[in-house]
Design a binder for this molecule. Structure first.
Ligand SMILES: Nc1ncnc2c1ncn2[C@@H]1O[C@H](COP(=O)(O)OP(=O)(O)OP(=O)(O)O)[C@@H](O)[C@H]1O
Length: 776
């Protein structure tokens, strides 16, 4: 196995044999952590934060005061799920506040319907602020409507729309049903009079808010009182900020009523209000409880209730079909338990902190692997134990040698490890697990004899769409041409054969079948999720239910067999992280995309906007005071590299340049020199794309600076290889907190030459970690 760079130079990463033999390398972990803890405190924390910097701006707000704003932090995914509602109406402030994803705040009421106009203005103006609104709208498929008294909003109004409206026109327009409204932004003064009326008509559930972080310290905020309610699972809390003294609106979620609260400036009144508010909320909660209970008649038979739940009932009990005892009885409970039976471990942890594993890390030239065990890679099919007929079939498809991701995933899946793999399209993710799953199904009579009494598929594969399911079914059929393995795609109409071995389904379709007990899962042993980031987002509700059902099965099944989970995805997301952290048996995580690994590792993405002529000043500004303590790599073009080096040296920043003009030995020498520099004596590495891709073996950088914009997205992704040794796992989050503020940053200096597509792609990365959909 030769793992050498283009010049035949051995890599720094540990050998695979070493890993396999149990020598658990923590590449870049121990040494670099030690180094990082000893690092002198950076002065930069006291620096004035530039406005256009997204991440720093949110961090700044975070430090200021109130509790809820922390959740708007880019990296703070745990808290981001708790609802935050902004009552601040000023459209521009919403636009400026880049920590808020517009699609989470879809409804805006403004006194003069100015939001829409302002958005249009921002869009039309050639200024940096427009991009936020525009991009968020595009990225989230949102459309912006302006509602006037005469206008009609079409019926397709769903939560994904952003509407600007004045209260009068809103109450006049009967076509807008606010029942689907998630959030509302408005000036209290604007909605005070109209909303109770609107709410009565539309039965709206509106929750109230806190001030927009962007307005926190600004004098032009005309109201200073913030009362917000936050529904926790069992109780409703109200927090009253006693320092605030003007009027505010309390919108009571549980009672579906909205009431203006007029508080005087004196503190005592505000405090006495608190009791009243508690009483009201409690009353509201009781009312809504009563409402829910009347929906479901307790005296109904189980059968009746199951039927009813499929039809209309949306009460909590029926909606969460996990609680439906008829369904449980048929699908989850195992009747007879042999005396000597050993039940399996759970699929999901009770809480994220339960059983935090030790993670081993390996970095290859193209792959990053992290997990409790990292298997020895294989390079061809004949090194695996995959069934021979499947191997022959794969050979006819020209799949004989392993693709990069497959060389690790083939052995991992065969060993029964759960795996999360992230890689670009068509990099062989599906074929990384499918042959092994097919092979296991061919051997089902020997391998799964103990489950022969149960019904349901051995392998479940979840896809985003029905077309994907059919395509996957064809792939699977190409793999298995012999043996009595049944492969089926689940559709709404068709039922599944009792002896189906591989079931391919869309989660929502499977959920419906599970509810009606037309699919059983007691035999399930392997589960795969294709296009993980899409499925976990779009089908989060169904996935939650399916996972919980699988958890019950695994826990109650009177045989000790853990269900293997494989997730393949093109992108890393908070949902994937949630699932990763929640799985009881920690999976192996594999990246064939260094940019996605950087997202996984919570690298901070920052952008600096400037004119081309001022780029150098921006670069000096970024580096000054930091370059000796943060290992920085700057990507520039071949033409500018030596001039840049001169300019940086003149500005007092020491650097090393590696360009195509150097001979091989000089490149190695410069690379070695840079690699062995110690904290406090660091120099900036200047590099070009072509030489980095072909010759430079640098992986320990902490800062990656895109001085010269990449020509395409692939080039941008490849640059992140220089951070690969510093990729942290979510399981070592505790360690990272200490130096998170400064370490692992990616700066992009955006000038006039930046093309729109690159900018949009970059923005997608910025907003990726803002919302978590999966709640486990
Ligand atoms: N080891 C291999 N050698 C040659 N071709 C392969 C190999 N593995 C997969 N392929 C081919 O590459 C194509 C893509 O493979 P696969 O579907 O596994 O990729 P993917 O990453 O899952 O794609 P998608 O982005 O659609 O999820 C398929 O046509 C497959 O035949």
């Amino acid at each position: 196995m030769s793992r050498e760079n283009v010049f035949g130079k051995p890599n720094v990463s540990p050998s695979y044999e070493d890993n396999y033999n149990g020598a658990k390398h923590k590449l870049g972990q121990n040494a670099s952590n030690k180094e990082k803890y000893n690092r002198p405190r950076s002065k930069s924390r006291n620096r004035k934060v530039p406005q256009e910097n997204f991440v720093q701006t949110t961090t700044n707000h975070q430090n200021r005061r109130s509790t809820n704003f922390q959740s708007l932090n880019h990296g703070n995914h745990e808290q981001i799920t708790t609802p935050h509602y902004v009552t601040s109406p000023a459209p521009k402030s919403i636009c400026r506040n880049r920590s808020i994803t517009v699609h989470r705040y879809p409804f805006v009421i403004n006194e003069n319907a100015g939001f829409y106009t302002d958005i249009q203005k921002l869009k039309n103006e050639n200024n940096p602020k427009k991009s936020f609104v525009e991009d968020s709208a595009i990225l989230n498929n949102s459309t912006v409507h302006n509602l006037t008294e005469n206008s009609e909003v079409n019926n397709s109004f769903q939560g994904q729309k952003l509407i600007g409206a004045c209260p009068k026109s809103l109450s006049a327009s009967k076509s807008v049903k606010l029942g689907q409204m998630n959030n509302l932004h408005s000036k209290p003064s604007a909605i005070k009079d109209s909303l109770p009326e609107i709410s009565k008509e539309n039965d709206v559930n509106v929750r109230s808010g806190v001030k927009s972080p962007s307005l926190m310290n600004k004098e032009r905020v005309s109201y200073k009182e913030s009362i917000y309610s936050e529904n926790t699972q069992n109780s409703t809390k109200i927090n009253v900020d006693r320092n605030l003294n003007k009027s505010s609106i309390l919108v009571n979620k549980s009672s579906a009523a909205i009431e203006p609260i007029c508080s005087d400036s004196d503190k005592q009144k505000t405090v006495s209000l608190k009791n009243k508010l508690y009483a009201r909320l409690q009353k509201g909660a009781e009312l809504s409880k009563e409402k829910t209970e009347t929906k479901c008649n307790k005296n109904e038979t189980l059968k009746q209730r199951t039927v009813k739940s499929q039809e209309t009932c949306t009460c909590d009990k029926c909606n969460g079909f996990m609680e439906c005892s008829a369904w449980c009885k048929n699908n989850l409970f195992f009747a007879s338990e042999p005396k000597d039976s050993r039940k399996g471990l759970p699929l999901l942890k009770n809480n994220f902190m339960e059983r935090v594993p030790t993670i081993t890390k390996t970095v290859d030239n193209k792959i990053i692997l992290q997990g409790p065990i990292i298997p020895k890679p294989v390079f061809s099919l004949d090194q695996t134990f995959i069934d021979e007929t499947i191997q022959n079939n794969l050979q006819t498809l020209n799949c004989t040698s392993a693709k990069d991701i497959q060389s690790y995933i083939w052995p991992a899946v065969q060993r029964g490890l759960s795996v999360f793999m992230v890689g670009p399209p068509k990099c062989g993710k599906t074929f990384a697990y499918l042959p092994a799953f097919c092979s296991l199904c061919i051997e089902k009579n020997e391998r799964y004899a103990e489950f022969s009494e149960y019904e349901g598929p051995l392998v479940l594969i979840l896809c985003a769409t029905l077309e994907d399911c059919c395509e996957l079914q064809n792939c699977t059929k190409n793999c298995i041409t012999s043996g009595d393995v049944t492969i089926e795609v689940l559709t709404d109409e068709a039922s599944v054969q009792g002896n189906c071995d591989i079931l391919i389904a869309v989660p929502s379709v499977l959920e419906n079948h599970l509810k009606s007990s037309t699919v059983k899962m007691k035999r399930l042993c392997h589960m795969a999720i294709e296009k993980g980031h899409v499925v976990l987002k779009n089908q989060c509700q169904s996935i939650q239910k399916i996972l919980k059902a699988v958890n019950i099965i695994q826990t109650n099944r009177p045989r000790n067999k853990n269900i293997q989970v494989v997730v393949s995805s093109e992108k890393w997301s908070l949902d994937l992280e949630t699932l990763l952290k929640k799985l009881y048996t920690t999976p192996l995580v594999c990246f064939e995309d260094f940019l996605e690994a950087a997202v996984y590792s919570k690298v901070q993405f920052k952008k600096k906007k400037t004119k081309t002529t001022y780029k150098l000043f921006q670069l000096v500004d970024i580096l000054k005071g930091h370059y000796m303590t943060q290992k920085a790599v700057v990507f520039c073009s071949e033409e500018e590299i030596f001039k840049l080096k001169e300019q940086l040296i003149i500005s007092g920043i020491e650097c090393i340049a590696i360009s195509n003009n150097l001979i091989e030995d000089e490149i190695f020498e410069n690379e070695d020199t840079w690699n062995f520099l110690r904290c406090g004596h660091l120099k900036v590495l200047l590099c070009t794309d072509s030489v980095f891709e072909k010759a430079v073996n640098v992986s320990s950088a902490q800062w990656l600076i895109h001085y010269h914009l990449p020509t395409d997205w692939q080039q941008y992704q490849k640059r992140f290889r220089c951070l690969s040794a510093n990729i942290n796992s979510p399981f070592d989050a505790q360690e990272t907190i200490v130096y998170e503020l400064q370490s692992k940053c990616s700066f992009i200096i955006i000038d006039e030459l930046c093309n729109d597509q690159l900018f949009l792609d970059f923005f997608e990365i910025l907003t990726r970690n803002c919302t978590k959909y999966l709640q486990l």
